[in-house]
Design a protein around this ligand. Structure first.
Ligand code: HEC
Length: 208
């Protein structure tokens, strides 16, 4: 290597070290400021209680590592989330795909003006494509069109989909998908309806 190139490289390393440390300190200060603003400005109203902005350990770690936690931490947290999955007592993962379709296309629930006990929708359409006929859908998550056709409807796939909906973060700690079962947003029966929506050959996900 050209000695001048070596000198440049050495200089870059010496200069980048403190710059990276300064970046990290600035990020940490901004994170703290943001947390303080959320705490100050989020007020409990109706069913939306202030504890919604309190992060659990997983959320704290994803914030701290900007959604890229070290592998060791991710493995430990994912194992704990996996162990907390409550599997259906009757051993069946399937429900009614028609009810699942209504749920998947509903963004209702968890709003401060909802009376306590209002069942929540699944909001799936906000992040996933779910049928060839949808006019609009979100793209934060992968398209689930023809999900059952491509994955099959085996007991293993049913269990996988149940777990994904129950707690997506058991598979991918900082995934952008809400933990529907873990946080009791959806019930066991509702999750089963959604498993059927994704896997039943007759459902709009797979039919056309
Ligand atoms: C806020 C966005 C969001 C919402 C709402 C959401 N998901 Fe997801 N979903 C994602 C993302 C992002 C992924 C990819 C996860 C990853 O990165 O591991 C995903 C992954 C999945 C997967 C795994 C796909 C595969 O290829 O194996 C399934 C199944 C799934 N979602 C079903 C659902 C269902 C059913 C609902 C509604 C109850 C739902 N999702 C709601 C964002 C979302």
């Amino acid at each position: 290597m050209d000695p001048r190139a070596i000198l440049c490289l050495a200089l870059a390393v010496v200069l980048a070290g403190p710059a990276l440390a300064a970046d990290a300190a600035r990020d940490a200060a901004l994170d703290k400021k943001t947390a303080a603003i959320i705490e100050r400005d989020f007020h409990a109203k109706g069913i939306a209680r202030a504890d919604r902005v309190k992060q659990d350990e997983l959320q704290r770690l994803c914030t701290q590592f900007h959604d890229q936690p070290p592998q060791k931490i991710a493995e430990r947290v994912e194992r704990a989330q996996q162990a907390a999955i409550k599997w259906p007592a009757d051993g069946s993962y399937l429900g009614d795909w028609r009810a699942g379709e209504k749920l998947a296309q509903s963004g209702a629930g968890m709003t401060w003006s909802d009376p306590a006990g209002t069942p929540a929708g699944g909001n799936c359409y906000n992040c996933h494509q779910l049928s060839a006929k949808e006019i609009a859908f979100g793209t934060i998550g992968p398209s689930l069109l023809h999900f059952g056709r491509s994955r099959g409807n085996t007991p293993e796939t049913q269990r996988y989909v149940y777990a994904r909906i129950y707690n997506a973060k058991a598979q991918n700690m900082c995934a952008n998908m809400p933990r529907f079962g873990h946080l009791a947003i959806l019930s066991e029966a509702q999750i089963k309806d959604l498993v059927s929506l994704l896997l039943d050959p007759e459902s709009p996900v797979n039919k056309d």
